[in-house]
Design a protein around this ligand. Structure first.
Ligand SMILES: O=C(O)CCC(=O)C(=O)O
Ligand SMILES: [Fe+2]
Length: 443
């Protein structure tokens, strides 16, 4: 991390007290442990075929997109009481869980989660980092019908293997009130009211909620109607290629509103960066780096997309940068496009990137005057790191090292989002104020 300047330095006003950045950092690092939203589907995806002992071997067909109360009563009547796992046993206790269930040998659904945008949504907004590149396996687990007065008290789902990482619940648009899913984790709680989500969703949508296995959750009492759900166990498969297209979120990730509110509060505070300043966010996902960083903007997902969108909404211009931490000096550099091959000796990294047209020196702590002059100190800029740099998205360059023996060194530029904030009253910045990205005919 860059070192701080002394408080007497004229640049000191652009250094934010790290405590003030904590709400922004927390909104990204401690994001809610679930994703939820609605998913428009073709009407046939809501079909359900079921048969059980009570139907004397006859199968029934119901379309959950427009099921009548009688059809739903029949479905509920064909269910068995739902149990829950306690000390490795399946227990029935209607003071703890009151709901109907069908096992997967009793019903059939044409819905295939792998063929929907759910895969991208989970990879972007629930998972992060290297996990986002894993294949996700959806295992259909149960159909549940929560009639009036049904509920499921606080519990954690039983992981069925070491590769199981979470659960997915799909809620069909059958008329119901209540039955919100409440999560509790690290002393916080969140409520996802699927009935309310469905009320404003396009016709034929289902609601979805996916969450990590270690999160405590409960289904609050269904006040009326039938809440019909499919639950899936979520497993990691092999490492897959990252999805090529970013998920277009149908609903914002749950940390977006929290991050935005925290950022708005900071920008409204006149003691925050009284001279304006620069914020840095390490990236939380893996993206390919090409000749320029321009394509990365449209690839951002999860919390990276949250930072990007919220900054744009609040009028503080975000820009992608690569940051180089030169081990041979105390300098840290940032450039807004990958440097061409460094070519020469590693000792010249400082000069090469510092002198590079789009290069920008962001920390000069400990540098002597000669180097400062060489590198044009006016380009100095202190970055207040909200979240640490990560090595998930980085650009590699090679350079020769002339020591006792000549060797090749690798130098890595770590990608991040840099946000420039104006002083109070003039907080908004425009993209033109960030160093312009050279137009590249090959981009
Ligand atoms: O129906 C829901 O929203 C959650 C159900 C649940 O927690 C479970 O089946 O384990
Ligand atoms: Fe559960």
């Amino acid at each position: 991390m860059p070192q701080s300047l002394s408080p007497t330095d004229p640049q000191a006003a652009s250094i934010a007290d790290p405590e003030t950045l904590k709400p922004l950092r927390d909104a990204i690092i401690y994001k809610p442990p679930y994703v939820s939203g609605t998913l428009p589907l073709p009407p046939d995806s809501h079909l359900l075929y079921y048969g059980s002992g009570v139907l004397d071997g006859h199968a029934r067909r119901i379309n959950l997109a427009n099921a009548s109360p009688q059809e739903l009563d029949d479905l509920a009547g064909a269910c068995q009481p739902a149990g829950f796992g306690l000390n490795h046993e399946n227990v029935y206790d209607e003071t703890y869980r009151k709901a109907g269930k069908m096992d997967t040998d009793t019903f059939s659904t044409p819905f295939v989660p792998e063929r929907t945008t759910l895969v991208d949504t989970l990879r972007s907004d629930l998972l992060e980092g290297l996990q986002s590149s894993n294949q996700i396996i959806f295992e259909l687990y149960k159909l549940n019908v929560y009639g009036k007065g049904s509920f499921f008290k606080a519990h954690q789902d039983t992981p069925r293997s070491t590769t199981m990482f979470g659960s997915l619940v799909l809620v069909f648009p059958t008329s119901h009130e209540g039955g919100a899913l409440v999560f509790r984790h690290r002393g916080e709680d969140w409520t996802v009211d699927s009935a309310k989500l469905l009320a404003t969703a396009p016709v034929h949508s289902v609601a979805f909620v996916a969450f990590f296995s270690d999160v405590q959750h409960e289904v609050s009492v269904v006040e009326s109607g039938h809440r019909v759900t499919l639950t899936y166990n979520l497993y990691f498969g092999d490492v897959d290629s990252p999805s090529s297209s970013p998920a277009v979120p149908l609903s914002a990730p749950p940390n977006e509103a929290i991050f935005k509110a925290a950022f708005e509060r900071l920008l409204a505070d006149p003691t925050f960066l009284p001279n304006g300043g620069t914020l840095g966010f390490g990236l939380r996902h893996v993206y390919p780096i090409k000749k320029t960083l321009r394509h990365i903007r449209s690839a951002f997902k999860g919390s990276d997309a949250v930072v990007w969108r919220v900054c744009q909404e609040l009028g503080v211009a975000p820009a992608p940068f690569l940051v180089y931490d030169d081990p041979d000096s105390d300098g840290i550099f940032m450039v807004n496009r990958p440097p061409d091959e460094l070519g020469g000796a590693i000792e010249t990294l400082t000069h090469h990137i510092g002198g590079y047209r789009t290069g920008k020196i962001i920390c000069l702590a400990g540098w002597n005057d000669y180097v400062k002059q060489e590198l044009d100190v006016e380009t100095y800029e202190h970055v207040n790191w909200v979240t640490d740099l990560t090595d998930l998205t980085q650009h590699e360059s090679t350079a020769a090292w002339y020591g006792n023996e000549t060797s090749v060194e690798h130098v890595y530029g770590k990608a991040c989002i840099i946000v420039r904030v104006g002083k109070p009253g003039e907080r908004q910045t425009t993209a033109e104020e960030t160093p312009g990205e050279p137009t590249n005919p090959w981009d």
